[in-house]
Design a protein around this ligand. Structure first.
Ligand SMILES: Cc1cc2nc3c(=O)[nH]c(=O)nc-3n(C[C@H](O)[C@H](O)[C@H](O)COP(=O)(O)O)c2cc1C
Length: 206
């Protein structure tokens, strides 16, 4: 899943995952990868920017023009992406700084023809040690995706990690959580296909 396919030509929609935490194992990372796996099963190529990558991103500073290799890589992949899946833990009722820092970097897409996340579905996955932060963080991420002109998928996956969700091998043992993560992955790919078909139709008729 984290393999580098940047030089491969593919007709598959590209879905980019951003999220996780610095912890090992990270339940947010596990949840993100399951949603990405569902996207892959639905016919997408996927690429995952997880905690160990995100922690190497410098703190985003809009007044600085220079970008690290990691910052450039993330921006280029999102620029190419047909859809995204963003996964954050609920930290103090909101999005973690690690994930928000990566999302702030998408400011570099502002001047693109396809500005920010325009025309892209974004699946949202949240983990928290309780339902309250899981839901407030889901709402916060939806608002961020709207601000970035993206299309949050109808279903977001909010997981309460106090309840047993993963076994020691990282398999999802909670049927409802697994269904939610599958649906999020499928909805992102479904939207990407519909959007590509619509673009094709409108370019034919113009
Ligand atoms: C700094 C910090 C703040 C947290 N704040 C909350 C919170 O406000 N509400 C909550 O339910 N869980 C909170 N948690 C728990 C995490 O959201 C939860 O354990 C999450 O699943 C951790 O994800 P991970 O396994 O990917 O590291 C917090 C954890 C940390 C480390």
């Amino acid at each position: 899943m984290t393999s580098d396919f940047r030089n491969e030509k593919s007709d598959k929609p590209l879905i980019v995952g951003i999220g996780g935490t610095t912890r090992t194992p990270s339940s947010t990372d596990r949840a993100l990868r399951l949603a990405l796996r569902a996207a892959e099963d639905a016919g997408a190529a996927v690429h995952c920017f997880s905690g160990p990558f995100l922690v190497r991103l410098p703190h985003f500073a809009p007044e600085h023009q220079t970008r690290s290799e990691e910052q450039q890589e993330l921006v280029q992949m999102v620029r190419r992406a047909d859809g995204l899946i963003v996964a954050s833990p609920g930290y103090h009722g909101g999005v973690s700084g690690l994930v928000k820092n990566a999302l702030d970097l998408l400011e570099d897409l502002r001047g693109d023809e396809q500005s920010y996340l325009d025309g892209r579905a974004v699946g949202i996955v949240v983990t928290a040690a309780g339902w309250q932060a899981a839901v407030t963080t889901l709402h916060a991420l939806r608002a961020i995706v709207h601000a970035l002109r993206g299309w949050p998928t109808p279903l977001g996956a909010a997981l309460n990690t106090v309840e047993p969700i993963f076994d020691a091998h990282g398999n999802c043992t909670d049927v409802k959580a697994a269904n939610a993560l599958n649906t999020v992955g499928q909805q992102v790919v479904d939207f990407a296909g519909r959007h590509a078909a619509m673009e094709k139709r409108s370019s034919r008729s113009s």
